[in-house]
Structures are given as C-alpha cells and as structure tokens.
Design a protein around this ligand. Structure first.
Ligand SMILES: *[C@@H]1O[C@H](CO)[C@@H](O)[C@H](O)[C@H]1NC(C)=O
Ligand SMILES: *[C@@H]1O[C@H](CO)[C@@H](O)[C@H](O)[C@H]1NC(C)=O
Ligand SMILES: *[C@@H]1O[C@H](CO)[C@@H](O)[C@H](O)[C@H]1NC(C)=O
Ligand SMILES: *[C@@H]1O[C@H](CO)[C@@H](O)[C@H](O)[C@H]1NC(C)=O
Ligand SMILES: *[C@@H]1O[C@H](CO)[C@@H](O)[C@H](O)[C@H]1NC(C)=O
Ligand SMILES: *[C@@H]1O[C@H](CO)[C@@H](O)[C@H](O)[C@H]1NC(C)=O
Ligand SMILES: *[C@@H]1O[C@H](CO)[C@@H](O)[C@H](O)[C@H]1NC(C)=O
Ligand SMILES: *[C@@H]1O[C@H](CO)[C@@H](O)[C@H](O)[C@H]1NC(C)=O
Ligand SMILES: *[C@@H]1O[C@H](CO)[C@@H](O)[C@H](O)[C@H]1NC(C)=O
Ligand SMILES: *[C@@H]1O[C@H](CO)[C@@H](O)[C@H](O)[C@H]1NC(C)=O
Ligand SMILES: *[C@@H]1O[C@H](CO)[C@@H](O)[C@H](O)[C@H]1NC(C)=O
Ligand SMILES: *[C@@H]1O[C@H](CO)[C@@H](O)[C@H](O)[C@H]1NC(C)=O
Length: 821
C-alpha cells in the first residue's frame, strides 16, 4: 500500500500515545470522506439479490437473471456484465467500485486487511471509537475492537500448521460478523508471503520468514482458514463457495522497501530464473495451487525490467495459466499510477499504463490512496483512464469484461449476491470472544523463542523470587509496538510489565532483572528498511549497565520482527537468558509472563537467520541473488546458502526448558521416479569432481512431483517438563553439485511431548488409544522445486537444534530405464 497507508502511519506516529482518540477519528474521517457505504446496502440488506432492495431502487429483480440463484455463477456474472455500459464497467475496475445502481449493483469496497486479525488499514473495516461516539455507530451495534493476534513472524516461529489455520478461521469469523454489521468487507489482502531475503527488510514482521517452503505452508493454512467453508467442497473450483477471500501478496520478487534511496516504486529486481522458481515464486505457487487462494496482488517493483503489474508472463502466464488461479488479480495500491508517474516505464500515459496492466492480467486497481494537495482523493487509474484506453484501442472492452468476470465470480462465491446462510447470523458477540482471545494468547506463547538459558536461569519460580526489577523501553510497550503493523485496535491489551506484575512484585531493588528491549516500527516497517541490524546504541549501553549492576544474571527479552545482532549478549556471563518475543499482539504481556514463570515451556524456533551486522556490510540489499557472488565478494542469502561466520543464531534455532532426543527407525529404500518426456540437462558440478554422470539431471517440468517418502522419528522428552518440539526435516543435495543449497526444509511438524516420567505413567492409557505424539511419521517430499533433479542420492535429515543431524533416510532418483532421455 502506498501513500495513504504512510499517511496513516505518519499520523499515528506523530500523535503519540496521549491523544489516541484524535488520531483514530482523523484516520476514520479521512477514510470516510473518500468512500461510500461499507457494504453498500445501507442498513437493511445483507445481500445484493434482495427483491425489496431492488423494489426500493424502482427495479424488478426477476428481470435480472444475475440474481437468479438457480443459474450457475458464470452465467449470472455474464448477465450482470451484459447489462453494463462501458462507463459503468470501467467504474468498477478500482477498489472503491462504483457498482451500477441503474441495474441494481451497489458499490463495493474491496480493500480490507486481516494480516493477524482484522486491520483498520484500508477504507473498509470500521471499528467504533466508543469515546467519540458512545453507544452508537451509524445506527448499528457498536463494535469496539477485534482480536489482535501476534504478528505473522511470531506465528511462523511456532511452526504449527494447525495454529496458522485456526487463526485464519477466527479472523474470517470476525470478518463475516463485521460484514453483517455493515462495518467490514469480504475481500482481504492478506497474507504477505514474500520471503525475507535480506535481514534489513522493513516488513519481516509481516511475513512467515525466510524459507520459501515454510512461507508456502503458512500461506496454504492461513488461506484455507480464511476461505474454506466446512463441509463437502463444490466440484467446480471456479464456483467453490468461500467464507472470505484471501490474497497472496506481493507478487513478485518484492522485498526492497526503501534502502539507500532505492524505493519499491522504482526498484527493478534483477532476478535469475532459478532464484525466481526456487525462492520468489514458490510460496505463491503453493498459496495458489494448494491454498486455492482467490486473489493475488502484484507488487510495485519491476522484475527484470517490467513492472510486475504489467507483466503478462507473470500474471496471465504464471498465475492464471500455470497455477490456475480461481479469483482476481489486484494491484498493490497505486502500482498502476506508479508505472506512469514514478517508474516512468516506457513513457506510458495513464491510458497506456491502464491498458498494459489489464492486458497483462490485472483485474482490479487499488488506487484510492493518492491524496492530492488539499486532501482531495484521486480515483484509481483504471477508472479514470479506462474509457480512454478503450476508445483509443489500447485495450478491448472484452479485456474489461474479463477483469470484471474474475471480480464478480469471487463476489458470487463469497455470497455477496445471495449471502451464505451459515454466516448470516454472526454478529458483535462473535468478535473478540473468550475463545478468540485464548487462541491469540496460545499463539503468542507458541511463537516465543528461547535463545539462551545459561544455568537454567529460566523459568523463574515466582514463589521463590517474589520480586523482579523491570527495565527497558518495551516494558510498557504501547499497542503500536506490541501489535506491529496492519492491525486494528486490540480488544484486550496487556503490556509485558502488566503480565509480569500478575506473578511477582516489581521493585527496582529486586535481585532479578528483566530487560525489555528491541526495536519498533520507527525502525522497521513498510516503506522503511533498516540501515543496520543492531539495537539502538543507548539500549545496548543500558543493558550492559544493568547486567553489570545486577547481583544475578539478567533476563533479556527482545521485541522485533527481523533479527537483531545481539552478539554482545550471546555469551555475556551476566546476561543469563534471552527470549525473542517478536511483536506478540494484544495478549503479548500474558504470553511473555507465562514463559518467564514456566506456565508455558517455549518451543518456538527462529523462522529466519539472525545475522551479525557485519553480514549486511558485505552485500547490498539490492543484489537479488540467493547464491554467493564470489566475484563481488557477496555472501549467500538465508540458511540455504549461508553458513559463514557472520551468523548469530541460525534459522530454526530455539531452546526449551526440557531436553529432546530423537530415535529413528529404518532407513528408506530407493524411490524410482519415472519422468515422462524428460530430457537430460546439465548440472553444475564442483570443479573438484572428476567424473560426472552422463545424464546429469532430468527436466521435471510437467512432472507432478508427488512422490513421498515417509519415515518415523521418535521424539523423546528426556527432561522433567512437558514441552512442544518442532521437528524440522531438511533435504541435503549431493555434495558434489555446485550452486546447490546447503540444505532446505522439506517437512516440519510441531509435537507436544510429555516429560519422560509422565510418558511412563501414561503408558497404559496410551495403549488404550489416548493420544501419544511421541512417535510421529514425517512425510518427506521429493524436492522438485528446482525443476531439475540430480541423479544422485539425496539425504533427508532431521535435526534437534543446530548441531545434531541424524540421517534418517537416503533415497535415490532413477530414470525410468524404458524411456529415452
Ligand atoms: C449509505 O447508503 C444509504 C442507502 O443507500 C444512504 O442513505 C447513506 O447516505 C449512505 N451512507 C454513506 C455514508 O454514504
Ligand atoms: C417482474 O418481472 C417478472 C418477470 O419479468 C414478471 O413476471 C413480474 O410480473 C414482474 N413484477 C412486477 C411487480 O412488475
Ligand atoms: C443509536 O442510533 C439509533 C438510530 O440512529 C437511534 O435510534 C438510537 O437512539 C441511538 N442510540 C443512542 C444510545 O444514541
Ligand atoms: C537519498 O537522497 C537524498 C536526496 O536526494 C540524499 O540527500 C541522500 O543522501 C540520499 N541517501 C542515500 C543513502 O543515498
Ligand atoms: C510519484 O510521482 C508523483 C508525480 O510526479 C509524485 O508526486 C510522487 O511524490 C511520486 N511518488 C514517489 C513515491 O516517488
Ligand atoms: C520520454 O519522454 C520524454 C519527454 O517527453 C522524452 O524526452 C524521452 O525521449 C521519452 N523517452 C522515450 C524512451 O520515449
Ligand atoms: C447475536 O447472535 C447470537 C447468537 O446467534 C444471539 O444469541 C444474539 O441475540 C445476537 N445479538 C444481537 C444483538 O443480535
Ligand atoms: C479499543 O481500542 C482503542 C484504541 O486503541 C482503545 O482506546 C480502547 O480502549 C479499546 N477498547 C477496548 C474495550 O479495549
Ligand atoms: C535512546 O535514545 C532515544 C533517542 O534519543 C530515546 O528516545 C530512548 O529513550 C533512549 N533509550 C534508552 C534505552 O535510553
Ligand atoms: C541408516 O543409515 C545410516 C547412514 O547410512 C547408518 O549410520 C544407520 O545405522 C542406519 N540406520 C538404520 C536403522 O539402519
Ligand atoms: C512407523 O511406525 C509405525 C508404528 O510403529 C509402523 O507401523 C510403520 O511401518 C513405520 N513407518 C515407517 C515408514 O517406518
Ligand atoms: C498447535 O496449535 C493448536 C492451536 O492453537 C494447539 O491446540 C496445539 O496444541 C498446538 N500444537 C503444539 C504441538 O503445540
């Protein structure tokens, strides 16, 4: 999102904590001034196709087949578009769409966000400010704040797919309730699944981290939680009903916001085919193919010279063609305008850019966010220039019809025209329920990562220590720190200090000190990449001061989205324990206290590598490659290509209050993969390799890659506390292949493992079928994403912490001998 969001952000930052009422009402007022009704139905109607609604407009609904629920969606959509003039059609290409009141179609606001709970970003979701409008809002029930979950980087750290889906389910329930109350939309532009390629990126907090596969699994689960309606699915995926529409963004190769004056608006990401397939596209491919997301958002940046929103190969070719998107493609807000005004691509006029985007496959232009001097909002480019573009022959009316078809098919599936009976009764009592807050708390706890615990300093025994000293800028972290970005106001909000104070007294004279440090959205946020990955200097000084002054080693709690170089603390004898708590949302203070006082045994793992600051001095943020570039001295990126010295905590790192051991069963046997129509391809081998196979690799384009290998890993909890443990399974390619990743995640699973003695005690119950998660079957998939498979064996490994590798399986990929390659 562009300047509108920045405006809001700037406003909230300037306003500070003392006068939040003014701030929120200013924001709401600005949004309201630019927009029409939230649901466009006024007070009375929950669906477009309501005969009374038509009658009120002086229309007879039966004359409009698009409201005939007995017809297939595709036919209804064709009918609807058939009624519209070119002007009406074009008026619906922007996110604040005009509708066509003449034929009964109301306006609709497309822009809603739900990254980790319903967000106030965008003009659609409207929470009520009780203080300025006590007891009332537009004559409807008052809705005062939703459930704010921990930020996505926290949830990612849980590595718990069940949690990710559950969050999507709760958020979509609150969304449907808001929609019923006329205060929210049905189309949500979440999740953000760009991989964190560089530790400086300002939006790491919004994402599931640096691994493309993990990000893809996050996307699949969150999207399914947001979209899927329980019960048997419809046969035709184009007509499958959905609860809310989710959106995979930002497509593609977007992860530079503003670094050394390279802004996302003009940045041209130069990306190799290989990085594109393996890293940049992979989460999106999973989101669309496996998650069946109903939307994709194209990004501002160019990819190899072409603005992403005008790239027919990416939009029509890849997303709609190869991946078979069932839904609509939306631009990041003002990306079409940016093409004309800022990227100045091919000297395009407004009509040129609009036509280029639509012809490339864009269906909707988010573009209400440019505010002119004097506060007059400008319309999106497509509605402003679309008619001219058609008149000048730059795009065809049928291109517009095609875009509208993708839009209205999505709205049909959402029940915008007919409603969805099972969600029609949701109301304000379904927002911020006890259960929802409970999930937010559980999720926040699951994402906390224990980075250091010298001498088992943690957990603290509240009964023994009685009091702690609490210091640091985030002890009383305000909402805007704990909640991170793309958030709404939380319905409950607990600071770290409030959480701690429920267990012990807070006293500066206590012998145990907890320091709450880290960074905030001034330092890392949308539109702002980091200059360095250190803590603010005075904070480091302060931590060292308290460490020296404290009789006992201190506990350091870090709040941040991206990794922070805290080398000074890693081995410091007076800094006994370090917790990373991300930006843990409304329940964050309770979650942190639960971990510190041992009510919850931490099991989170870092979803991204924590580098030392020196790493970023070795490579400019704008170098897009993941593999090292020896000629330029650039190191590789992410755990897949970097295991050098400038690493503080590796991807997947995280300790527990207990100890886990692995046992593995049999080693697997060879898996034969026949690759139809494949042909031999070259593979780069390391110079030291003397002989290479005649057929080095096969092209697996068109191969489904569904081969799986399963193996058992038995996880034993050898300590005295129950705990959750994340099993991460990596594949490692043959060592002689050059340019290959060091390893990559192929599967992961979070499991609860009761403490050893309790396992024994529960043995009898277990045998009677009570759930025992100690032995799990992990399914490894053949790593197909490279689109080329080497012929040699591939080892699948599980790890417990960074140093222990256990080979659990080796299998080989063989060509079908009956075929010619
Ligand atoms: C919402 O729609 C109703 C009915 O069309 C209209 O009377 C009302 O003025 C609209 N409200 C806004 C804020 O546009
Ligand atoms: C509405 O249209 C239908 C079909 O065109 C017709 O049968 C019906 O009589 C009309 N109703 C009114 C109130 O005009
Ligand atoms: C809320 O609004 C409705 C409709 O405008 C009105 O009837 C009611 O009196 C209002 N209630 C309060 C408490 O202001
Ligand atoms: C960015 O541009 C501004 C204005 O042109 C200039 O003052 C500043 O030094 C530049 N910053 C960097 C990091 O290049
Ligand atoms: C884009 O171009 C417009 C028009 O020239 C200008 O007003 C605006 O500041 C530019 N925006 C950015 C982000 O560079
Ligand atoms: C773009 O327009 C400018 C000003 O009209 C002109 O000087 C320039 O040559 C044009 N560039 C191209 C590539 O057409
Ligand atoms: C909200 O829904 C619940 C459950 O359907 C119902 O009991 C309650 O009366 C509704 N509340 C309002 C204000 O309509
Ligand atoms: C809702 O959010 C606003 C703004 O953050 C806050 O002032 C208010 O206290 C919150 N309401 C509740 C019930 O927590
Ligand atoms: C560090 O300096 C900043 C800016 O002067 C200040 O706002 C902040 O409170 C200081 N932090 C600490 C921990 O002293
Ligand atoms: C599996 O293979 C590894 C390495 O080849 C070997 O060390 C291990 O003993 C084997 N395990 C079993 C259960 O056969
Ligand atoms: C995993 O363990 C179960 C139960 O012991 C066993 O039935 C199954 O065959 C094992 N699977 C593999 C792939 O070793
Ligand atoms: C995963 O998350 C779900 C939902 O919060 C929770 O019930 C479950 O216990 C979690 N699993 C583990 C292993 O922590």
């Amino acid at each position: 999102m562009a300047s509108h969001l920045l405006l809001i952000l700037a406003a909230s930052l300037l306003c500070g904590g003392t006068i939040p009422v003014d701030c929120s009402s200013r924001t709401t007022a600005a949004a309201a001034a630019t927009t029409v009704n939230v649901t466009a139905f006024g007070k009375a109607y929950g669906k477009v196709c309501d005969a009374d609604r038509f009658a009120e407009l002086g229309l007879n609904m039966s004359a409009f087949p698009y409201c005939d629920a007995s017809l297939p969606y595709a036919e209804r959509v064709r009918d609807l578009i058939g009624w519209m003039t070119v002007e009406e059609k074009v008026g619906n290409l922007g996110d604040v769409s005009r509708g066509a009141p003449r034929v009964g179609l109301p306006p609709y606001k497309w822009w809603s966000e739900a990254l980790h709970g319903l967000s106030s970003t965008g003009p659609t979701t409207l929470f009520d400010d009780l203080r300025s409008r006590p007891g009332n809002h537009s004559g409807r029930a008052t809705v005062n704040n939703g459930t704010v979950f921990a930020n996505v980087i926290n949830s990612a750290a849980s590595f718990n797919e069940t949690l990710w889906k559950a969050i999507g389910q709760v958020v979509s329930t609150e969304a449907r309730a808001m929609y019923n109350l006329g205060k929210g939309g049905l189309t949500y532009w979440s999740p953000n699944i760009n991989v964190v390629r560089d530790p400086r990126w300002g939006r790491a907090l919004e994402t599931p981290g640096e691994d493309p596969f993990v990000a893809g699994r996050y996307a699949v689960n969150f999207v399914r939680g947001m979209q899927d309606i329980p019960g048997p699915g419809a046969g035709d995926p184009h007509a499958r009903p959905i609860k809310t529409a989710a959106c995979c963004k930002h497509f593609a190769a977007y992860d530079v916001d503003d670094w050394h004056n390279h802004t996302r608006f003009t940045f041209d990401a130069r990306v190799s085919e290989r990085d594109m397939a393996e890293s940049f596209l992979r989460p999106f491919e999973m989101c669309v193919r496996e998650g069946d997301a109903s939307s994709v958002m194209c990004s501002y940046n160019s990819v190899n010279g072409v603005p992403a929103c005008a790239d027919a190969r990416l939009l029509s070719g890849t997303v709609r063609g190869d991946w078979q998107l069932h839904g609509y493609i939306v631009s990041d807000c003002d990306a079409v305008r940016v093409m004309t005004d800022n990227a100045t691509w091919l000297n395009f006029t407004g009509a040129d850019s609009s036509a280029a985007a639509v012809r490339a496959g864009l269906d909707l232009d988010c573009g209400e966010s440019w505010i002119e001097e004097g506060g007059r909002p400008l319309r999106d480019f497509l509605s402003v220039y679309g008619v001219a573009a058609v008149a000048q022959g730059k795009m065809r009316e049928s291109d517009v019809d095609n875009a509208l078809t993708n839009q209205y098919m999505t709205l049909m599936r959402l029940g915008y025209f007919d409603n969805i009976p099972q969600y029609a009764a949701l109301n304000e009592t379904d927002i911020c329920t006890g259960e929802h807050k409970g999930l937010a708390l559980d999720g926040a706890r699951q994402g906390i990562v224990l980075l250091k615990n010298r001498g088992n300093l943690l957990p603290l025994d509240a009964k023994k220590i009685l009091a702690v000293a609490v210091h640091g800028p985030h002890a009383r972290a305000p909402e805007k720190v704990m909640d991170g970005d793309y958030t709404g106001p939380p319905c409950r909000y607990v600071t770290p200090r409030q959480g701690i104070s429920k267990d012990v007294k807070i006293s500066h004279r206590a012998k145990t000190t907890i320091y709450f440090g880290g960074i905030n959205l001034h330092i890392e946020r949308e539109g702002n990449d980091r200059e360095d990955i250190l803590l603010p200097k005075n904070q480091t000084k302060e931590i060292l001061h308290f460490a020296a002054a404290s009789p006992n080693p201190i506990i350091l709690v870090i709040l941040s989205g991206g990794g922070i170089d805290i080398s000074f603390a890693q081995n410091h004898p007076k800094i006994g324990a370090i917790l990373w708590a991300g930006y843990p949302g409304g329940e964050g203070g309770n979650a942190i206290a639960d971990v510190i006082f041992g009510r919850y045994n931490p099991g989170g793992r870092l979803p991204l590598t924590w580098f030392k600051n020196k790493y970023i001095q070795q490579i400019p943020m704008t170098s897009m490659g993941f593999r090292p570039v020896p000629e330029l001295g650039y190191p590789g990126r992410t755990y897949k290509f970097y295991d050098g010295p400038e690493l503080l905590y590796p991807f997947g790192y995280g300790l527990s209050y207990t100890k886990f051991l692995y046992e593995t069963g049999t080693n697997g046997s060879a898996v034969t993969i026949s690759v139809p129509g494949g042909h031999c391809k070259g593979l780069s081998y390391k110079p030291s390799v003397a002989t290479t196979p005649a057929c080095q690799a096969v092209n697996v384009n068109g191969h489904a890659c569904t081969e799986t290998v399963s193996f058992n890993v038995s996880v034993t909890n050898a300590g005295g506390r129950d705990g959750a443990h994340v099993v991460l399974v990596y594949t490692a390619p043959p060592p002689e292949v050059a340019q290959a990743p060091i390893k990559q995640v192929a599967a992961f699973r979070r499991v609860l493992v009761p403490a050893k003695d309790r396992v024994h005690r529960r043995a009898v119950r277990r045998e009677q079928g009570a759930g025992r998660e100690r032995r799990l079957v992990v399914v490894g998939v053949v790593p197909c994403q490279d689109r080329a498979l080497g012929l040699d064996s591939v080892a699948v490994r599980g790890d417990v912490f960074e140093s222990m590798f256990v080979t659990v399986l080796a299998f080989s990929i063989q060509l079908d001998p009956k075929r010619k390659y």
